[in-house]
Design a protein around this ligand. Sequence first.
Ligand SMILES: Cc1cc2nc3c(=O)[nH]c(=O)nc-3n(C[C@H](O)[C@H](O)[C@H](O)COP(=O)(O)O)c2cc1C
Ligand SMILES: Nc1ncnc2c1ncn2[C@@H]1O[C@H](COP(=O)(O)OP(=O)(O)OP(=O)(O)O)[C@@H](O)[C@H]1O
Length: 316
Amino acid sequence: MQLVRGLHNLRPQHRGCVATIGNFDGVHRGHQAILERLRERALELGVPSCVVIFEPQPREFFAPETAPARLARLRDKLQLLADAGVDRVLCLAFNQRLCKLSAAEFVDTILVDGLGVQHLEVGDDFRFGCDRVGDFDFLQQAGVMQKFTVEAAQTVELDGVRISSTKVRDALASADFGLAERLLGRPFQIAGRVLHGQKLARQLGTPTANIQLKRRRVPLTGVYLVSVEIDGKTWPGVANIGVRPTVAGDGSAHLEVHLLDYAGDLYGRRLTVAFHHKLRDEQRFASLEALKTAINADVAAARAYWLGQPLKKSLK
Ligand SMILES: Cc1cc2nc3c(=O)[nH]c(=O)nc-3n(C[C@H](O)[C@H](O)[C@H](O)COP(=O)(O)O)c2cc1C
Ligand SMILES: Nc1ncnc2c1ncn2[C@@H]1O[C@H](COP(=O)(O)OP(=O)(O)OP(=O)(O)O)[C@@H](O)[C@H]1O
């Protein structure tokens, strides 16, 4: 899959494609259906498929304080789009200039002049352009004039409710990982590289791998039963995701995982953590001793859970 960053990096050979536009946060089953349709159209027309995304996402640009945490960071989104068979991603900087484009300018500059789009696939609720004036009808009319076709993707629902990134976030916030998995079409996961921590965990008796979140905000906090994939092998574990109030960190979120029965150095390795069950909220304990007691109880609960579970369900 090819990544084109910014309109200015589009070349004449990029013209001619089928395209869709959106945030695609989490690449849930609604998105997957659009991408499937896009792939079919690309094959029919013999042109590449292109997904247009924005960085930052529009809500993060307009209201950085209240924009929801992302389900997946850009790198993981790109991987998911590649896995869905997308040929090209055009990643546009969402800035003052872009948000001021009228719907007609958006179509002319990006879709027609930039991409030479032959077919567009969008959700029926899709809106774009300054003040979100552009909609499906507008696109269809523009398509008649500018010689491209537009199709409204059928809404994908689960139990009568439209699947959306928002619904996945709600499921994670209420720790309903079964629902999150049904919305996403895969378990909710966070991937990252293992960093050196404050080395307190060993003193607490429970070694943990600290996964780099950088400045990433996360859509869930607390203590969870997890399974962790390392180089294709899966290990049961217990994880804390949060700001670690007891040891007064820097206020940024950390993901720390203790793997049951794993002995070995994980520094620098890339882990993928899948979430299965919430044990409790993160707490501020009065002492390290009290934190240690709580973590021991978490580990015992994890051990009991994984022993009682048919491991093959979640573990390879
Ligand atoms: C299962 C588990 C549960 C945890 N629960 C909490 C908690 O409730 N409150 C808290 O402040 N820190 C919690 N922590 C984080 C510890 O504070 C952290 O692991 C410890 O500070 C070690 O940090 P280090 O790896 O950077 O040395 C938890 C960690 C684990 C592995
Ligand atoms: N359940 C769905 N069924 C069909 N199309 C969908 C579905 N969800 C999103 N789409 C379409 O996928 C494209 C990208 O959607 P986008 O990520 O911007 O919104 P979303 O998933 O509804 O997220 P949010 O909850 O943040 O609004 C848009 O064309 C949108 O209409």
